[in-house]
Design a protein around this ligand. Structure first.
Ligand code: TA6
Length: 296
């Protein structure tokens, strides 16, 4: 399938096509940028501003198969994060489901918005009564908003996370700031609580940190690519920072042994004690805004 739909005569352009694994995807072009969204997991797999390196990382070894999450981009984690003992599998189930495009539109400025939804998700006993929509905005920046409504009669408890894989130059020249003075749970040490006293996070070993009660903006500084990426967020109390480093990279089938050198995950959500309890009839959205600036 390859059907082009120009939404705005001048600039906003949306193309529906079959991507890797013959899975349906959407290709977007705006005056500032290009992007790709896979309906598998509603995973944004590409965002690139003109004249800049791509912002998102996707593993060269990612599988593009039904019911298998894509290794990279922005996997949507819902209705649980991690691997709680009472849940089947890691990081919820919506990241490996086929989502549907509900609508797309392009305001006069040429930006493009795509609204996706996952019909029937609320029929799952794992999130009874949940209605889930996801709105992605592409322009000079990328916005992604996960909108959850409780259509049931009972409170709905869930975790959510936009598990963003950022592409980087050499990881040795990358640092993440904005979390100094915050306590985090170190997943590498069985979630041991540790106070982060460093001015910025540097990756020199496996990093897998869950910062709770951390609603603030973070920045990823990349010396090699001379870029700063800003991660702004709304309704997100948790930030997770992850790089698998050497040993874990080797253990992951859908990830290259050396790919830890060119990516870092800075994830925005509500996990563990930041989990959400949504009353019947209530809607809540988790939103990120990703932008970048050149380093002088
Ligand atoms: O978000 C960090 C993390 O929870 C790590 O522990 C690591 O496992 C990563 O997610 C990837 O998980 P996945 O299920 O995609 O292999």
């Amino acid at each position: 399938m390859n059907s082009a739909m120009t939404t705005h005569p001048q600039t906003g352009r949306v193309v529906f096509l079959d991507g890797p694994g013959d899975l349906p995807m959407v290709e977007i072009t705006t005056p500032w940028s290009t992007a790709e969204i896979h309906l598998l997991g509603a995973t944004v797999t590409h965002f690139q501003k003109r004249g800049e390196q791509p912002m998102l990382f996707v593993s060269k070894f990612s599988r593009f198969e039904k019911d298998v999450p894509i290794r990279g981009g922005i996997p949507v984690i819902f209705p649980w994060f991690g691997k709680p003992a009472d849940k089947p599998g890691q990081h919820g189930f919506v990241r490996q489901q086929m989502w549907e495009v509900k609508e797309f539109f392009s305001p006069p400025d040429g930006s493009v918005f795509v609204r996706l939804h996952l019909p029937k998700v609320g029929e799952s006993p794992l999130c009874p009564g949940a209605a889930v929509e996801y709105v992605i905005g592409i322009s000079e920046q990328l916005t992604a908003e996960l909108i959850v409504t409780n259509t049931g009669a009972q409170p709905l408890v869930f975790e959510d996370c936009l598990h963003t894989y950022f592409a980087t130059g050499d990881i040795a020249g990358v640092s993440v700031s904005g979390l100094t003075g915050q306590e985090y749970l170190d997943a590498v040490q069985d979630f041991l609580p540790i106070m982060d006293a460093m001015p910025a996070i540097q990756v020199e070993q496996e990093v897998d940190r869950v910062y709770l009660n951390a609603p603030q903006t973070t920045e990823i500084r990349d010396e090699q690519w001379k870029r700063v990426i800003r991660v702004e967020k709304e309704n997100s109390r948790s930030t997770v920072v992850w790089n698998p480093w050497i040993a874990k990279s080797k253990r992951m089938q859908d990830y290259g042994d050396e790919e830890y050198l060119q990516m870092i995950c800075v994830e925005s959500g509500n996990v563990r004690t930041d989990a959400i309890t949504l009353a019947p009839g209530v809607t809540r959205s988790l939103k990120i805004k990703l932008s970048s600036l050149a380093l002088a």
